[in-house]
Design a protein around this ligand. Structure first.
Ligand code: LCS
Length: 395
């Protein structure tokens, strides 16, 4: 039985297929690799697509399907799909959209491994890409070529926190019949629903806010049923980056508290951003929820709140950035984001180290840039830790 609700706080708990088996409150974990057929003929019908039903867990699994239905509803999409990692989702979607010698337009700033994938696609299949901040119509139009097959956006951009105007991009892309893919990892569907702004496909590293507890690596995609079915039957099924049932179960559990967690992440980040701005060791704070952030008006248009991530540059060198991180006592040094624990990382030497230095600098990722994923702790405790570390660096 499928239930639909209009408020996300209720949707994250009740929407999608409900399990009726034995009345269990939560979806069971269907920890099985394969499904038996009542007869050889039934197996034939299922493979031929003439009869609904499960076949083999790489082609579909009930626990995973419950998550796929839920992400589709949360993103306002026709269908959803789960993957073994965010990168499995990114690669399956990009490979489904492209063929050899095509061209992709991307945001000037991408997660390091997404950039690595684009380089790989160019090297192996001559699929080229152009990077742009997409600040106005001319900038976007000037990059569109006959062989351009998609526009791929991160917003907010990891880790520079620039915001791309989704309505502007999708309006132009629509004129040319080019699909717009949005990596919505930094916002989660609670803060931003790209399809409502005219975009076509939405992706997540579910490892982050969707999970929320730092214990799963997973990916999700959502969009039109035709496209999602195509990915399911090709670049997911045949490349094989599927999600395990237990991970889907953990993500369904994590999703239930997404709105509650996001409100706290956002509030904590806003408090910390204000405090950071007034510290003499800080050069610049990059936080989309700050009214002084240059993209604040676009953020207000398409996001519910500014998010839980803050990047900032310090006055000093790479060594000073590392000293600052090493001086923290509560905040932990780790990549990933969106967890209950506040995490700090140095993009130039960690998440974005694979990007050549000149390209990295063009994106705004300098040695002085530090990214903070603000967790769910009491914000005063977080600030106390940051302040003592910043003060230590100034000595
Ligand atoms: N997209 C974005 C925006 C990401 O930040 C990441 C991972 C991915 C896709 C890939 O997802 P994964 O395969 O790891 O689930 N971002 C990371 C980060 O910023 N720190 O560690 C991983």
């Amino acid at each position: 039985m499928e239930k639909k609700f209009s408020n996300m706080e209720t949707q994250v708990i009740h929407s999608g297929s409900q399990n009726d088996l034995l009345g269990s409150l939560t979806m069971p974990i269907f920890q099985t690799s394969t499904f038996t057929f009542a007869s050889a003929e039934q197996g034939e019908r299922r493979f031929a697509g003439e009869e609904d039903g499960y076949i083999y867990s790489r082609l579909g699994n009930p626990t995973v399907k419950a998550l796929e239905e839920r992400i589709a509803l949360l993103e306002g999409a026709e269908a959803g799909l789960a993957f073994g990692s965010g990168m499995a989702a990114v690669s399956a979607v990009l490979l489904a959209l492209t063929k050899s010698s095509d061209h992709i337009i991307c945001s000037q700033g991408l997660y390091g491994c997404t950039y690595g994938l684009l380089e790989l696609m160019e090297e192996k299949y001559n699929i080229t890409h152009s990077l742009s901040f997409m600040e106005n119509e001319e900038q976007i139009r000037s990059l569109i070529r006959p062989e351009t097959v998609c526009i791929y956006i991160e917003t907010p951009i990891n880790p520079t926190m620039k915001i791309i105007d989704l309505e502007l991009v999708s309006k132009i892309a629509y004129e040319y019949g080019i699909p717009v893919v949005v990596d919505n990892t930094f916002s989660s569907p609670y803060l931003q629903q790209p399809l409502k702004h005219g975009c076509d496909i939405v992706l997540h590293s579910a490892t982050k806010y969707i999970c929320g507890h730092g214990d799963v690596v997973g990916g999700l995609a959502a969009g039109k049923k035709d496209f999602i079915d195509k990915v399911a039957k090709t670049t997911l099924k045949d490349i094989g980056g599927i999600m395990a049932p237990f991970d889907a179960w953990l993500l369904l559990r994590g999703l239930k508290t997404l709105p509650v967690r996001m409100d706290r992440h956002c509030e904590n980040a806003a408090r910390i951003s204000e405090k950071l701005k007034s510290h003499p060791m800080i050069e610049k704070v990059l936080f989309p929820g700050d009214p002084e952030h240059p993209d604040y008006p676009i953020m207000r248009k398409q996001m519910k709140q500014g998010g839980g991530l803050i990047s900032f540059t310090i006055k000093g060198s790479k060594q000073d950035a590392q000293t600052l991180m090493n001086s923290l006592k509560l905040i932990q040094i780790a990549v990933s984001l969106g967890d209950a624990e506040t995490l700090i990382q140095h993009p130039a030497t960690m998440t974005h180290a694979v990007i050549p230095e000149n390209k990295r600098i063009e994106m705004g990722i300098t040695d002085q840039l530090i990214r903070l994923s603000v967790g769910l702790e009491k914000w005063e405790d977080l600030w106390e830790d940051l302040e003592q570390a910043l003060n230590f660096c100034m000595r």
